[in-house]
Design a protein around this ligand. Structure first.
Ligand code: GUN
Ligand code: FE
Length: 374
Protein backbone atom coordinates (compact mmCIF):
# COMPACT_ATOMS: atom_id res chain seq x y z
CA UNK A 1 0.00 0.00 0.00
CA UNK A 2 1.14 3.62 -0.41
CA UNK A 3 3.11 5.10 2.49
CA UNK A 4 1.26 7.11 5.13
CA UNK A 5 1.62 10.89 5.22
CA UNK A 6 1.58 12.59 8.63
CA UNK A 7 0.81 16.22 7.82
CA UNK A 8 1.30 17.52 11.39
CA UNK A 9 3.59 16.22 14.13
CA UNK A 10 5.72 17.91 16.84
CA UNK A 11 8.99 15.96 17.05
CA UNK A 12 10.13 17.28 20.48
CA UNK A 13 6.76 16.48 22.03
CA UNK A 14 7.39 12.78 21.43
CA UNK A 15 9.37 13.04 24.69
CA UNK A 16 6.12 13.23 26.68
CA UNK A 17 3.59 11.62 24.34
CA UNK A 18 0.82 9.85 26.21
CA UNK A 19 1.06 11.99 29.33
CA UNK A 20 -0.43 15.26 30.52
CA UNK A 21 -3.69 15.24 28.60
CA UNK A 22 -5.72 16.61 31.50
CA UNK A 23 -6.20 20.19 30.40
CA UNK A 24 -7.29 22.26 27.45
CA UNK A 25 -4.87 23.65 24.84
CA UNK A 26 -3.58 26.91 26.29
CA UNK A 27 -3.07 25.53 29.78
CA UNK A 28 -1.51 22.39 28.31
CA UNK A 29 0.96 24.46 26.28
CA UNK A 30 1.93 26.43 29.36
CA UNK A 31 2.17 23.47 31.72
CA UNK A 32 3.79 20.78 29.60
CA UNK A 33 4.72 21.88 26.09
CA UNK A 34 6.72 25.06 26.52
CA UNK A 35 8.80 23.77 29.47
CA UNK A 36 9.55 20.54 27.55
CA UNK A 37 10.41 22.27 24.27
CA UNK A 38 12.59 24.86 26.01
CA UNK A 39 15.11 22.08 26.84
CA UNK A 40 15.88 21.37 23.19
CA UNK A 41 18.82 23.75 23.12
CA UNK A 42 20.48 20.59 24.53
CA UNK A 43 21.67 18.75 21.43
CA UNK A 44 22.14 15.44 23.26
CA UNK A 45 18.49 15.49 24.32
CA UNK A 46 17.46 16.51 20.81
CA UNK A 47 19.49 13.71 19.24
CA UNK A 48 17.94 11.14 21.55
CA UNK A 49 14.32 12.22 21.14
CA UNK A 50 14.54 12.97 17.42
CA UNK A 51 16.13 9.59 16.73
CA UNK A 52 13.30 7.91 18.65
CA UNK A 53 10.53 9.79 16.86
CA UNK A 54 11.90 9.23 13.36
CA UNK A 55 12.47 5.51 14.02
CA UNK A 56 9.03 5.10 15.60
CA UNK A 57 7.10 6.92 12.89
CA UNK A 58 8.93 5.01 10.15
CA UNK A 59 8.08 1.72 11.86
CA UNK A 60 4.48 2.93 12.00
CA UNK A 61 4.53 3.39 8.23
CA UNK A 62 4.88 7.17 8.06
CA UNK A 63 6.93 7.64 4.91
CA UNK A 64 6.43 11.42 4.89
CA UNK A 65 6.23 13.57 8.02
CA UNK A 66 5.67 17.29 8.33
CA UNK A 67 7.50 18.19 11.55
CA UNK A 68 7.50 21.09 13.97
CA UNK A 69 10.81 21.19 15.86
CA UNK A 70 11.47 23.93 18.46
CA UNK A 71 12.80 27.49 18.30
CA UNK A 72 16.37 26.14 18.43
CA UNK A 73 17.99 26.27 15.00
CA UNK A 74 20.82 23.78 15.58
CA UNK A 75 18.53 21.18 17.11
CA UNK A 76 16.09 21.69 14.22
CA UNK A 77 18.96 21.06 11.78
CA UNK A 78 19.76 17.91 13.74
CA UNK A 79 16.19 16.69 13.20
CA UNK A 80 16.73 17.25 9.45
CA UNK A 81 19.96 15.23 9.56
CA UNK A 82 18.33 12.36 11.46
CA UNK A 83 15.39 12.33 9.05
CA UNK A 84 17.87 12.16 6.18
CA UNK A 85 19.99 9.40 7.76
CA UNK A 86 16.95 7.19 8.36
CA UNK A 87 15.61 7.94 4.89
CA UNK A 88 12.24 9.42 5.84
CA UNK A 89 10.75 12.09 3.59
CA UNK A 90 10.36 15.17 5.73
CA UNK A 91 9.30 18.76 5.89
CA UNK A 92 10.92 20.31 8.95
CA UNK A 93 10.23 23.66 10.56
CA UNK A 94 12.20 25.65 13.09
CA UNK A 95 9.41 27.04 15.27
CA UNK A 96 9.00 30.83 15.39
CA UNK A 97 7.54 32.65 18.38
CA UNK A 98 8.30 36.20 19.47
CA UNK A 99 5.47 36.32 22.00
CA UNK A 100 5.14 33.94 24.94
CA UNK A 101 3.67 35.37 28.13
CA UNK A 102 3.42 31.96 29.76
CA UNK A 103 7.16 31.16 29.54
CA UNK A 104 9.09 34.24 28.38
CA UNK A 105 12.43 32.43 28.31
CA UNK A 106 11.02 30.14 25.60
CA UNK A 107 10.67 32.84 22.96
CA UNK A 108 12.77 34.97 20.64
CA UNK A 109 12.81 38.57 19.53
CA UNK A 110 11.29 39.04 16.10
CA UNK A 111 14.75 39.87 14.73
CA UNK A 112 16.18 36.64 16.15
CA UNK A 113 13.27 34.62 14.84
CA UNK A 114 13.63 36.07 11.36
CA UNK A 115 17.43 35.76 11.24
CA UNK A 116 17.42 32.21 12.63
CA UNK A 117 14.71 31.14 10.18
CA UNK A 118 16.91 32.39 7.34
CA UNK A 119 19.93 30.58 8.80
CA UNK A 120 17.90 27.38 9.20
CA UNK A 121 16.72 27.51 5.59
CA UNK A 122 20.14 28.33 4.19
CA UNK A 123 21.99 25.68 6.17
CA UNK A 124 19.40 23.02 5.40
CA UNK A 125 19.39 23.78 1.67
CA UNK A 126 23.22 23.67 1.68
CA UNK A 127 23.16 20.13 3.07
CA UNK A 128 21.32 19.01 -0.06
CA UNK A 129 19.44 16.22 1.69
CA UNK A 130 17.38 14.76 -1.16
CA UNK A 131 14.16 14.19 0.83
CA UNK A 132 14.18 16.86 3.54
CA UNK A 133 12.83 20.35 2.99
CA UNK A 134 12.41 23.43 5.21
CA UNK A 135 9.00 24.77 6.27
CA UNK A 136 8.41 28.31 7.48
CA UNK A 137 6.77 27.74 10.89
CA UNK A 138 5.06 30.49 12.86
CA UNK A 139 3.79 28.48 15.86
CA UNK A 140 0.32 30.10 15.75
CA UNK A 141 -1.10 33.62 15.75
CA UNK A 142 -1.00 33.85 19.56
CA UNK A 143 2.77 33.21 19.61
CA UNK A 144 3.67 35.77 16.97
CA UNK A 145 3.44 39.53 16.51
CA UNK A 146 2.03 40.84 13.26
CA UNK A 147 5.53 42.09 12.43
CA UNK A 148 6.99 38.58 12.66
CA UNK A 149 4.10 37.02 10.72
CA UNK A 150 4.76 39.54 7.92
CA UNK A 151 8.48 38.80 7.89
CA UNK A 152 7.85 35.06 7.73
CA UNK A 153 5.34 35.50 4.91
CA UNK A 154 7.98 37.43 2.98
CA UNK A 155 10.67 34.79 3.59
CA UNK A 156 8.35 32.02 2.39
CA UNK A 157 7.40 33.98 -0.72
CA UNK A 158 10.97 34.93 -1.63
CA UNK A 159 12.16 31.32 -1.39
CA UNK A 160 8.93 29.63 -2.52
CA UNK A 161 8.76 27.58 0.67
CA UNK A 162 6.19 25.53 2.49
CA UNK A 163 4.40 27.14 5.47
CA UNK A 164 2.81 25.44 8.49
CA UNK A 165 0.98 26.63 11.57
CA UNK A 166 -2.12 26.04 13.70
CA UNK A 167 -5.54 27.61 13.22
CA UNK A 168 -8.86 27.70 15.03
CA UNK A 169 -8.18 24.71 17.26
CA UNK A 170 -9.82 25.79 20.52
CA UNK A 171 -12.52 28.36 21.44
CA UNK A 172 -10.33 30.28 23.92
CA UNK A 173 -7.56 30.55 21.32
CA UNK A 174 -10.00 31.85 18.71
CA UNK A 175 -11.27 34.49 21.13
CA UNK A 176 -7.77 35.68 22.04
CA UNK A 177 -6.74 35.90 18.39
CA UNK A 178 -9.70 38.21 17.77
CA UNK A 179 -8.56 40.43 20.63
CA UNK A 180 -4.91 40.49 19.53
CA UNK A 181 -5.66 41.16 15.86
CA UNK A 182 -8.81 43.36 15.93
CA UNK A 183 -8.09 44.63 12.43
CA UNK A 184 -8.40 41.13 10.90
CA UNK A 185 -11.74 39.92 9.58
CA UNK A 186 -11.17 36.39 10.89
CA UNK A 187 -8.48 34.07 12.23
CA UNK A 188 -7.84 32.96 8.64
CA UNK A 189 -7.50 36.60 7.61
CA UNK A 190 -4.72 37.09 10.20
CA UNK A 191 -2.58 34.65 8.21
CA UNK A 192 -3.89 35.78 4.83
CA UNK A 193 -2.99 39.43 5.34
CA UNK A 194 0.57 38.38 6.21
CA UNK A 195 0.96 36.30 3.02
CA UNK A 196 0.93 33.04 4.94
CA UNK A 197 -1.92 31.39 3.05
CA UNK A 198 -0.52 29.91 -0.14
CA UNK A 199 -0.83 26.67 -2.06
CA UNK A 200 2.14 25.41 -0.02
CA UNK A 201 0.52 26.14 3.35
CA UNK A 202 -0.80 23.49 5.74
CA UNK A 203 -2.71 24.59 8.85
CA UNK A 204 -3.51 22.16 11.66
CA UNK A 205 -7.00 21.69 13.17
CA UNK A 206 -9.44 24.31 11.83
CA UNK A 207 -12.30 23.07 14.02
CA UNK A 208 -14.02 26.46 14.25
CA UNK A 209 -13.47 27.83 10.73
CA UNK A 210 -16.53 29.46 9.15
CA UNK A 211 -17.70 28.71 5.63
CA UNK A 212 -16.19 32.02 4.51
CA UNK A 213 -12.85 31.09 5.97
CA UNK A 214 -12.99 27.71 4.22
CA UNK A 215 -13.68 29.59 0.98
CA UNK A 216 -10.51 31.59 1.56
CA UNK A 217 -8.58 28.35 2.07
CA UNK A 218 -9.96 27.10 -1.23
CA UNK A 219 -9.17 30.31 -3.10
CA UNK A 220 -5.58 30.45 -1.85
CA UNK A 221 -4.98 26.70 -2.24
CA UNK A 222 -4.04 26.38 1.44
CA UNK A 223 -4.60 23.02 3.12
CA UNK A 224 -5.84 21.72 6.46
CA UNK A 225 -4.47 18.92 8.62
CA UNK A 226 -7.14 17.04 10.55
CA UNK A 227 -5.79 15.88 13.93
CA UNK A 228 -8.63 13.96 15.60
CA UNK A 229 -6.69 12.30 18.43
CA UNK A 230 -5.44 15.70 19.56
CA UNK A 231 -8.84 17.34 19.11
CA UNK A 232 -10.35 14.72 21.41
CA UNK A 233 -7.47 14.47 23.91
CA UNK A 234 -7.28 18.23 24.53
CA UNK A 235 -11.06 18.55 24.21
CA UNK A 236 -10.42 21.13 21.49
CA UNK A 237 -13.30 20.53 19.15
CA UNK A 238 -14.63 18.47 16.27
CA UNK A 239 -13.73 19.04 12.65
CA UNK A 240 -16.57 18.55 10.20
CA UNK A 241 -14.55 16.82 7.48
CA UNK A 242 -17.51 16.64 5.08
CA UNK A 243 -17.86 20.40 5.20
CA UNK A 244 -14.14 20.87 4.53
CA UNK A 245 -14.34 18.54 1.53
CA UNK A 246 -17.49 20.30 0.28
CA UNK A 247 -15.48 23.53 0.17
CA UNK A 248 -12.84 21.71 -1.88
CA UNK A 249 -10.12 22.47 0.64
CA UNK A 250 -7.08 20.18 0.44
CA UNK A 251 -7.09 17.93 3.50
CA UNK A 252 -4.64 15.51 5.09
CA UNK A 253 -4.44 13.77 8.47
CA UNK A 254 -2.02 14.44 11.32
CA UNK A 255 -1.08 12.72 14.57
CA UNK A 256 -0.27 16.07 16.25
CA UNK A 257 1.98 14.32 18.76
CA UNK A 258 1.76 15.07 21.67
CA UNK A 259 -1.67 16.74 21.72
CA UNK A 260 -2.43 13.45 20.04
CA UNK A 261 -0.96 10.67 22.17
CA UNK A 262 -0.31 8.24 19.33
CA UNK A 263 2.43 8.62 16.74
CA UNK A 264 0.68 6.13 14.46
CA UNK A 265 -1.25 7.24 11.41
CA UNK A 266 -3.29 4.03 11.73
CA UNK A 267 -4.57 5.47 15.01
CA UNK A 268 -5.28 8.80 13.30
CA UNK A 269 -7.29 6.94 10.66
CA UNK A 270 -9.36 5.18 13.33
CA UNK A 271 -10.03 8.44 15.16
CA UNK A 272 -11.02 10.10 11.91
CA UNK A 273 -13.59 7.37 11.37
CA UNK A 274 -14.79 7.47 14.98
CA UNK A 275 -15.29 11.25 15.06
CA UNK A 276 -17.10 11.10 11.76
CA UNK A 277 -19.37 8.34 13.06
CA UNK A 278 -20.20 10.41 16.13
CA UNK A 279 -21.18 13.30 13.88
CA UNK A 280 -23.34 10.80 12.01
CA UNK A 281 -25.15 9.77 15.18
CA UNK A 282 -25.80 13.39 16.13
CA UNK A 283 -27.07 14.40 12.70
CA UNK A 284 -28.88 11.83 10.56
CA UNK A 285 -28.13 13.94 7.46
CA UNK A 286 -24.40 13.69 8.08
CA UNK A 287 -22.83 11.02 5.92
CA UNK A 288 -20.04 9.51 7.97
CA UNK A 289 -16.77 8.99 6.13
CA UNK A 290 -16.09 5.59 4.65
CA UNK A 291 -12.93 3.60 5.27
CA UNK A 292 -11.92 4.22 1.66
CA UNK A 293 -12.24 7.97 2.12
CA UNK A 294 -10.14 7.87 5.28
CA UNK A 295 -7.51 5.73 3.56
CA UNK A 296 -7.34 8.32 0.80
CA UNK A 297 -6.96 11.19 3.30
CA UNK A 298 -4.05 9.39 4.99
CA UNK A 299 -2.19 8.88 1.71
CA UNK A 300 -3.12 10.92 -1.38
CA UNK A 301 -4.93 13.57 0.70
CA UNK A 302 -1.78 14.11 2.75
CA UNK A 303 0.35 14.38 -0.37
CA UNK A 304 -2.03 17.04 -1.73
CA UNK A 305 -2.08 18.92 1.57
CA UNK A 306 1.72 19.09 1.44
CA UNK A 307 1.74 19.95 -2.29
CA UNK A 308 3.64 16.76 -3.02
CA UNK A 309 1.00 14.95 -5.04
CA UNK A 310 3.10 15.08 -8.19
CA UNK A 311 5.65 12.96 -6.36
CA UNK A 312 3.92 10.75 -3.78
CA UNK A 313 0.52 9.62 -2.44
CA UNK A 314 -0.26 6.62 -4.64
CA UNK A 315 1.32 4.28 -7.19
CA UNK A 316 0.80 6.35 -10.33
CA UNK A 317 3.52 5.80 -12.90
CA UNK A 318 6.21 8.44 -12.52
CA UNK A 319 5.81 8.98 -8.79
CA UNK A 320 8.40 7.96 -6.19
CA UNK A 321 7.96 4.53 -4.62
CA UNK A 322 6.89 5.33 -1.05
CA UNK A 323 5.28 2.11 0.08
CA UNK A 324 4.49 -0.30 2.87
CA UNK A 325 4.51 -4.05 2.60
CA UNK A 326 1.83 -5.13 5.01
CA UNK A 327 1.14 -8.55 6.46
CA UNK A 328 -2.59 -8.93 6.77
CA UNK A 329 -2.34 -12.25 8.60
CA UNK A 330 -2.68 -12.36 12.37
CA UNK A 331 -2.28 -15.49 14.54
CA UNK A 332 -6.03 -16.09 14.83
CA UNK A 333 -6.54 -16.22 11.11
CA UNK A 334 -6.67 -13.85 8.19
CA UNK A 335 -7.85 -10.36 9.06
CA UNK A 336 -7.64 -7.45 6.68
CA UNK A 337 -5.59 -4.62 8.07
CA UNK A 338 -7.81 -2.24 6.20
CA UNK A 339 -10.91 -4.33 6.12
CA UNK A 340 -13.92 -2.34 5.13
CA UNK A 341 -14.86 0.06 7.90
CA UNK A 342 -12.74 -1.84 10.37
CA UNK A 343 -9.05 -0.91 10.57
CA UNK A 344 -9.15 -1.51 14.29
CA UNK A 345 -6.75 -4.41 14.39
CA UNK A 346 -3.79 -3.12 12.40
CA UNK A 347 -0.65 -2.01 14.18
CA UNK A 348 3.02 -1.55 13.44
CA UNK A 349 3.57 -5.31 13.63
CA UNK A 350 1.50 -5.57 10.44
CA UNK A 351 3.98 -3.33 8.63
CA UNK A 352 6.73 -5.62 7.45
CA UNK A 353 8.73 -3.34 5.17
CA UNK A 354 8.75 0.38 4.50
CA UNK A 355 10.15 2.00 1.36
CA UNK A 356 10.80 5.68 0.74
CA UNK A 357 11.80 6.80 -2.75
CA UNK A 358 12.52 3.18 -3.57
CA UNK A 359 14.92 2.65 -0.65
CA UNK A 360 14.02 0.09 2.01
CA UNK A 361 14.10 2.00 5.29
CA UNK A 362 12.36 -0.57 7.57
CA UNK A 363 13.63 -2.98 8.81
CA UNK A 364 16.45 -0.61 9.73
CA UNK A 365 19.86 -1.34 8.30
CA UNK A 366 22.89 -2.04 10.46
CA UNK A 367 22.61 0.51 13.27
CA UNK A 368 26.29 1.42 12.89
CA UNK A 369 25.42 2.82 9.46
CA UNK A 370 22.85 4.98 11.13
CA UNK A 371 25.12 6.68 13.65
CA UNK A 372 24.17 10.31 13.49
CA UNK A 373 27.23 12.56 13.45
CA UNK A 374 27.36 15.39 15.94
N1 GUN B 1 -1.01 25.51 19.09
C1 GUN B 1 0.17 26.13 19.26
N2 GUN B 1 1.14 25.27 19.58
C2 GUN B 1 0.57 24.07 19.62
C3 GUN B 1 1.09 22.75 19.90
O1 GUN B 1 2.26 22.53 20.18
N3 GUN B 1 0.18 21.73 19.83
C4 GUN B 1 -1.13 21.94 19.51
N4 GUN B 1 -1.96 20.90 19.46
N5 GUN B 1 -1.63 23.15 19.26
C5 GUN B 1 -0.78 24.20 19.31
FE1 FE C 1 0.10 20.86 16.64
Amino acid sequence: MPGLVDTHIHAPQYSYAGTGLDMPLLEWLKTYTFPAESCFHDLDLARRVYTQVVRRTLKNGTTTACYFATIHTDASLLLCQITDVFGQRGLVGKVCMDRNDSLPRYSETSQESQAETCRFIEELLNKQYPLVKPVVTPRFALSCTGALLGQLGAIAKKNNLHIQSHISENPEEVKLVKELFPEAESYTDVYHRHNLLTDKTVMAHGCYLTDQELDLFHETGAALSHCPNSNISLRSGVLNVRNVLRHKVKLGLGTDVAGGYSSSMLDTMRRTLDVSKILGTLDPDYHSLTMEEVFRLATLGGSQALSMDQQIGNFEVGKDFDALRVNVKVPDGPVDLFQRDQPKVGDDWNIVEVFVAGRKVVPFSDPSNLAVQS
